[in-house]
Design a protein around this ligand. Structure first.
Ligand SMILES: [Zn+2]
Length: 331
């Protein structure tokens, strides 16, 4: 066993076998069909052993696995979404249990009904042993400054749950992004920037100071948007919402994955948010995942050795302090 701390990927997805068994047999799964689940991607069909084989090839020790974003299903009856979430979360927990040391898990929640979301969050963390949840950037158009979501933040803070924010369709910029793949290449990043704004201006980061929120896809446009948000905060005090400080003050309260595609952007992100806020992420097995992600960090000319260690394993150790690979993750 290696003495080094395990390399942990915080951004990796799974299409539940429960869903696949149903829809590939021509049935529906809580109303979901074979059209859902991105089954055209063969990696979404893989069982754990094949997944682990690719992790080994990539040099990833542990995946923090989340159900694919299509399983949010926030626009269904809350009870139906709650059943979908429970099935997904049970399966993620099974994977973690069956392959100790190779997987940690994130669940999904029926966010449109915060009381149900809190109940499932408590079950996911306390009973299933998951590490947190992945949530969309909005809930049927509602942003996270809304009061009704506060019980979810309170429970997440109390439970120490890690929250990965990750879009689904539609993003806020569905308009004028139908062509050229812009719905994804631009839309994902805009959505993440708006979520930063909602959590900051909504006072969520002030009122829940121990909340652990990771903005997927390298935080979207957050680093580039900060200056203008600060300027607006100074010039228009009536638009400050419940934020106590300038928006840029909060940038180092969030975590960010390394799903950038150039060293230039990675360096800019680190310089803006701080190396201690960076977590290794790949977006596996999406077509937009990062190529050869571990060796990319290990070989990046813009990173110092201690930054490589912080990104690949050190920072995650402070969050996911669970037993993995028979050794405690680094603190
Ligand atoms: Zn993703």
């Amino acid at each position: 066993m290696s003495a080094r701390a395990p390399i942990l990927d915080v951004h990796a997805h799974l299409t539940p076998q429960r869903f696949q068994h149903a829809v590939l047999a021509g049935e529906t799964w809580h109303g979901m069909t074979a059209e859902d689940g991105e089954l055209e991607n063969p990696k979404n069909l893989w069982l754990a052993e094949r997944r682990i084989q690719e992790m080994d090839e990539l040099g990833v020790d542990i995946q923090l696995v989340s159900p694919t974003d299509v399983f949010y299903q926030y626009d269904r009856e809350p009870e139906v979404t709650a059943r979908i979430a429970a099935g997904c979360n049970d399966e993620v927990a099974e994977l973690v249990r069956e392959h100790p040391g190779r997987f940690l898990g994130l669940g999904t929640l029926p966010m449109q009904e915060p009381a149900l979301a809190v109940a499932e969050l408590r079950r996911a963390i306390a009973e299933l042993g998951l590490s947190g949840v992945m949530i969309d950037d909005h809930v049927n158009g509602a942003m996270y400054d809304e009061e009704r979501f506060r019980p979810v933040w309170a429970a997440a803070e109390e439970l120490g749950a890690f929250i990965l924010v990750h879009q689904y369709w539609p993003t806020s910029v569905a308009l004028r992004t139908e062509k050229y793949f812009l719905f994804n290449s631009v839309g994902n990043l805009v959505d993440r920037t708006l979520t930063f704004g909602a959590l900051v201006f909504g006072g969520v980061m002030d009122d829940f100071p121990r909340l652990k929120v990771c903005l997927a896809h390298a935080g979207g446009y957050v680093p580039y948007a900060l200056d203008r948000m600060d300027k607006g905060w100074v010039k228009f005090p009536s638009s400050r919402g419940r934020s106590k400080e300038r928006p840029s003050t909060y940038v180092s309260r969030f975590y960010y994955d390394t799903v950038t595609f150039t060293d230039r952007n990675l360096r800019f992100l680190i310089d803006t948010v701080g190396i201690d806020r960076m977590l290794f992420g790949t977006d596996w097995p999406a077509p937009m995942d990062v190529d050869d992600p571990v060796r990319r960090i290990e070989g990046s000319p813009v990173l110092a050795d201690e930054e490589r260690t912080a990104i690949l394993s050190g920072n995650a150790g402070g969050i996911f302090n669970r037993r993995a690979s028979g050794a405690e993750l680094a603190q």
